[in-house]
Design a protein. Sequence first.
Length: 287
Amino acid sequence: MKILLAGATGAIGRQLLPLLVAAGHEVVSTTRSPDRARLIAAAGGRPALVDCLDRAEVFELLRKEHPDVVIHQLTALSARDLEANSRLRIEGTRHLVDASLEVGVERMIAQSIAFAYAPGSGPATEDEPLHLEATGARGLTVAGVHALEQAVAEMPIGVVLRYGVLYGPGTWYARHGLFTEGLRRGEVVASDGVTSFVHVADAARAAVDALEWPAGPVNVVDDEPAAESTWMPLYAKLVGAPAPARRPGREGWQRGASNQRARELGWQPVYPSWREGFREVLSPGSR
């Protein structure tokens, strides 16, 4: 198949591109950076310099390439700019969907998140609503996710991958990532809030599997939702940080998510629990 991979140099995109190439797909990969274009070419993709916030550029690219599938892994999180990330989810997705519909693309696979669900008890399933009443920074994030998912649903086959908290190379949760640095500085507090993680490599594998999945949202998380008070002490120990301060209680939306649907669709994570994944990616010598 001919696949347009938008966001090929992000944390997931860097893992995903070689998997698609190895599977025999022709992959056109977007980036805004000539330097990153060279990385795409080295990984076997064909780089396309385009700003997905520029509607005309997106339409020009889709009209030129006519891909069979669009995989949307666009983010703007490297500088913790939630406003820029939300804008990309809203405007960038709108441009990709409209251009894809114009040229007859059948399938779009898009990155979303599994921690935007409304408050509740127990791990959230895909049938539950998003937290549309959220305010502040969380409200901004949920609004962006909601707009993205609504747009992707307009595709003939729109698959939304609701990823858990990503860890591993290129993420905030790597040995030298943003979360780790905050933990080392003593800026992090461990509550009873529940997190669902997914290793970035398993997230990429789910995007490949989704080439065959039916339309709709799918939680892509590991098998073991865990309270911060459980996973943070191990994380801190592995990266040589002080144990975080403890704060009892949780927000209603800090509930984790269920991966039952992804499992039923055949997704098999290499790291079914953050426990073994953390030990591999956070130990000394890890990236």
